[in-house]
Write a protein that binds this ligand. Structure first.
Ligand code: SF4
Length: 257
């Protein structure tokens, strides 16, 4: 499956992929690919990015979300690359993770997809979800899922396999509604049918919510009716009291005459 799977962030080298990956946090790759051409034209390397004006950079990456933090991280990362690595993106995990805004996932993307090095296994949200559903791991934290996958998959396939899982997560095994019905992995997937059960659960929730709404509306109507009746009865009693008072007054007047 997915023999052509590759990182979907447009890039020409490790510097560009590092920048694009930092920008892609909490954002869609397609959006980042619309921003990076102008960004790379203006800042073609770490040296130029290190001297960027924060406000100008923020304006260029606004659509990526969290743009202030990302702009600060990009400038800080570029400065660290210039000051500590001679302007070239470092090529080891140990060095990459010392850069501001760079954790293992970003480092694995740069190492695996731009430098052809399998130092670790990329664990993003798609890898995490699909690996769990396929039963490749029972862990829930990226830091524990990564060693599980590294043990299971031959080292020379780590990056390739991660990209395949990411593609499958984006195209079939969606977070909210996996398309198990059309999934080629369904025969071997312990979670096959999850899509149908999620739909059934959603339908059940919808029916229950509708029934609860109806019951609430009926309760309100009953309260109103009760309040209306009580109001009428109170009115009647008040009118009765007034009539009695009038009658007593008339009787007193008659007695005096
Ligand atoms: S069968 Fe369903 S849960 Fe399993 S990998 Fe395919 S889409 Fe995902």
């Amino acid at each position: 499956m997915y023999p052509d799977a590759h990182v979907e962030l447009d890039h020409q080298d490790a510097y560009q992929l590092l920048v694009a990956t930092i920008l892609a946090a909490q954002a869609v790759d397609k959006t980042i690919n619309t921003l990076t051409p102008a960004l790379f034209a203006k800042f073609p390397d770490a040296t130029s990015l290190a001297q960027a004006d924060q406000l100008e950079l923020e304006g260029m990456i606004k659509q990526s979300g969290f743009f202030r933090q990302k702009a600060a991280n990009l400038i800080a990362t570029a400065r660290a690359i210039v000051e500590r690595f001679g302007g070239e993106v470092p090529e080891t995990m140990a060095e990459l993770v010392t850069l501001p805004g760079v954790a293992r996932k970003t480092a694995n993307v740069v190492l695996g997809c731009a430098l052809g090095k399998n130092e670790g296994f990329i664990v993003d949200t798609h890898v995490m979800r699909v690996a769990q559903r396929l039963g490749l791991t029972h862990e829930t934290e990226p830091a524990k899922i990564e060693p599980d996958l590294m043990r299971l998959i031959p080292r020379d396939q780590w990056t390739d396999y991660a990209n395949r899982l990411i593609w499958h997560g984006r195209r079939v095994c969606h977070a909210r509604l996996p398309d198990c019905e059309h999934c080629a992995l369904a025969p071997i997937c312990p979670s096959a049918g999850l899509g149908a059960s999620i739909v059934a659960e959603a339908e059940q929730r919808r029916v229950l919510a509708k029934a609860a709404k109806k019951a609430k509306a009926a309760g309100k109507a009953a309260k109103k009716a009760k309040a209306g009746k009580a109001g009428k009865a109170a009115k009647k009693a008040k009118a009765g009291k007034a009539a009695a008072g009038k009658a007593r007054g008339a009787a007193k007047r008659n007695a005096r005459t």
